[in-house]
Design a binder for this molecule. Structure first.
Ligand SMILES: Cc1cc2nc3c(=O)[nH]c(=O)nc-3n(C[C@H](O)[C@H](O)[C@H](O)COP(=O)(O)OP(=O)(O)OC[C@H]3O[C@@H](n4cnc5c(N)ncnc54)[C@H](O)[C@@H]3O)c2cc1C
Length: 622
């Protein structure tokens, strides 16, 4: 059976040595985040994750979720663990205090979510999506929803979902068919089918608040393939009394099926049918009817999607959350792979027996086993550093000292969100796969839990926008918007760091490779800006390589920053020397073994779209 030990020492290092969060007293609440305070939060969270969530992980996988008489049953122990989750306040660490939350910043909540996901990916999705849903509702809902619905979701009395996907569209949501028709009382009636809805139904709470996107038809009742007609709604499973907040009769939302799937089996992935369900439109209300009786804003029902900003906010936070799931699965998988490698004996060290008294050495002596573990480890710890740095930007973009700082933080967080979602989930999957390989044939056997990590990790590359779409978002939107402002800002930060450290001989093993990787990233960006405008397929063809280059170089930057701190601490004789020496080795690993990949990514990016687009479509099935 696999085990999990939360990486609390690493979190403390990142909070207080890399990010120095308690020195950011210009940000609300940060001065309170002393090492003692963050240690108390993280140790408490770690205990809960290790002792309550993790032991249910394999049970959730074995039992899965079932649909019985229209009600979804979650695996044994999930309901009780969810109750403990909420009693402990772990579901509301980041929720505003006015709704009953702890109001902690994203840097803490994302760190906790990593531990939760490492322990039990499937279970933590219920409170995770509820958090995304109540944040969106708090941002876009009416006063009665903020008064009666949001606090119940924050308390974990009710959960929430995010309903976007339909049978014929997941990426291209303008094709959706779910419609919401306005009623004389200002509510809407929703009809349609949403699929793949995580936590779409369950037996853990007595109501579920669905956050749904749907189209408003034009005055002739027609739907248009236009995102401008898509709006954001709240649709409760049971109607909520706006006056008292009491749960009333069942709404027209039912579960059509619970999907049987590859992983995260403890999370109910549901088909939800909306049959004339009562829906509440979110965000600013549409213009009142004009004197002529027509609706202001035109015949086609294309009034700019009110509340959609709330939905995009929800999706951005969720993308970051999924990227962190990539780190989380890498962490728990490599922990178990490493434990096995210390114990399992096979063969002899190539340079002579390490354990001459035994008939074989532990497999950790083999360079190739070490490669698999170090690759995963260096990814996990570099990615964790970048994720927490970006989560600081989430706070700064709202509370930064002036407009310039807020704008810069917003630009950078937007630029790096698709990198975190796409690159981290690809590498998290590879890390889980490599850790499974360390167990040889035993990794393939369910009892060890490694194959579950691989199966669970796989969905991260798909949901919240498939990774290919993240790559396209990076090159086609995030890198280029506002004249490429975010890209230029980010590149200037990398350059400034390189410049400030290149004269330091001790930093050479880290700065030189970073410089090389950064130069290649810049060259690829330059190639794109020259070649994409003439043929947009060049942008699509290079997008995945760009995503990877951004990922490798960004982690190299993090590793160089961490190496600098580690060397200073070792020099000063402060802290745990083993911890810092280990960081230096991991930093060197990333520079030696990942930076060279940027040469290949660059070549592939520059190959352009020609060959990819050469074959006739039919030739692909020949
Ligand atoms: C277990 C699970 C849980 C989920 N949970 C939720 C949930 O809670 N709520 C929700 O709304 N949805 C959920 N989803 C749906 C998920 O977000 C979608 O499956 C995903 O966004 C991809 O959409 P799709 O399946 O329709 O694929 P498609 O959109 O059909 O894409 C198929 C392939 O084409 C590629 N592609 C599509 N368009 C482009 C393009 N323009 N350029 C380049 N490549 C492109 C994609 O990258 C992908 O590889 C879940 C899915 C699963 C399996």
């Amino acid at each position: 059976m696999p085990s999990y030990k939360a990486p609390t020492e690493d979190f403390q290092f990142l909070f207080h040595e890399l990010l120095e969060i308690d020195k950011r007293d210009d940000l609300p609440g940060f001065a309170d985040l002393t090492p003692d305070m963050t240690s108390a939060i993280m140790e408490g969270g770690a205990k809960f994750c290790e002792e309550v969530l993790q032991p249910l992980n394999q049970i959730g996988d074995e039992e899965g979720c079932t649909l019985e008489n229209g009600v979804v049953r979650t695996p044994t122990g999930f309901k009780e663990a969810f109750e403990q989750y909420c009693e402990g306040g772990w579901n509301r660490l980041g929720a505003p205090e006015q709704y009953g939350g702890a109001g902690l910043p994203a840097v803490i909540t994302f760190a906790f979510s990593e531990m939760g996901s490492s322990s039990n990916h499937a279970l933590t999705m219920y409170p995770g999506l509820t958090g995304a849903a109540y944040s969106a509702l708090a941002a876009t809902g009416d006063d009665w929803m903020k008064q009666h619905v949001v606090p119940k979701m924050v308390a974990g009395v009710w959960t929430g979902t995010m309903c976007l996907t339909e049978p014929h569209c997941g990426t291209d949501l303008k094709l959706m068919k779910t419609k919401a028709v306005e009623q004389p009382d200002g509510t809407y009636r929703m009809t349609g089918t949403k699929i793949f809805i995580s936590g779409g139904d369950h037996d853990m709470t007595d109501n579920i608040i669905h956050m749904v996107i749907a189209k408003i038809p034009d005055e002739d009742g027609k739907l248009h393939d236009d995102l401008g007609t898509v709006n954001f709604f709240m649709v409760p499973k049971f109607i909520v009394d706006p006056e008292t907040g009491e749960r009333k009769e069942r709404n027209g939302v039912s579960v059509g099926a619970v999907e049987k799937k590859m992983g995260i089996k403890g999370n109910a992935t549901c088909v939800l049918n909306f049959d004339d369900a009562v829906a509440y439109r979110l965000g600013p209300k549409p213009q009142p009817k004009s004197a002529e009786g027509g609706k202001a804003g035109g015949k086609k029902g294309k009034s700019k999607s009110s509340g959609m900003a709330g939905m995009f906010g929800m999706m951005n936070g969720a993308r970051m959350g999924v990227g962190i799931q990539g780190i989380a699965v890498g962490e728990v998988a490599v922990q178990n792979g490493a434990a096995y490698a210390l114990d399992r004996t096979a063969g002899r060290a190539l340079t002579g027996a390490k354990n001459p008294g035994d008939s074989a050495d532990p497999i950790i002596v083999h360079p190739d086993v070490r490669r698999m573990l170090l690759q995963s480890r260096a990814f996990v710890e570099g990615a964790r550093a970048l994720a927490l740095w970006v989560s600081m930007l989430f706070t700064v973009q709202v509370h930064g000292k002036d407009e310039a700082e807020r704008e810069q933080a917003g630009d950078l967080s937007q630029l790096l969100t698709p990198v975190i979602k796409g690159y981290f989930t690809d590498k998290g999957f590879e890390a889980a796969n490599a850790a499974m390989q360390v167990l040889g044939g035993h990794g393939y056997i369910r009892e060890h839990g490694m194959e579950q990590f691989v199966r669970d990790a796989r969905i991260n590359q798909v949901y919240e926008g498939a990774n290919g779409v993240q790559a396209l978002d990076l090159v086609a939107r995030k890198m280029t918007s506002k004249g490429g402002r975010a890209t230029l800002t980010y590149f200037a930060m990398l350059e400034a760091f390189i410049k400030a450290n290149e004269a330091d001989a001790n930093m050479k093993p880290y700065i030189e490779p970073l410089k090389t990787g950064y130069a290649r990233l810049g060259e690829a960006a330059g190639w794109l800006s020259e070649n994409a405008p003439q043929d947009f397929n060049n942008a699509g063809a290079a997008s995945y390589e760009m995503l990877n280059m951004f990922g490798v170089v960004s982690l190299a930057w993090m590793w160089a920053r961490m190496a600098k701190i580690a060397m200073a601490k070792l020099e000063a004789g402060e802290g745990n020397p083993d911890f810092y020496k280990r960081k230096l080795t991991l930093a060197k690993y990333w520079m030696e073994r990942e930076i060279p990949n940027t040469a290949a990514y660059l070549e592939r990016a520059k190959a352009g779209a020609g060959t990819l687009m050469e074959l006739d479509e039919e030739a692909f099935v020949a």
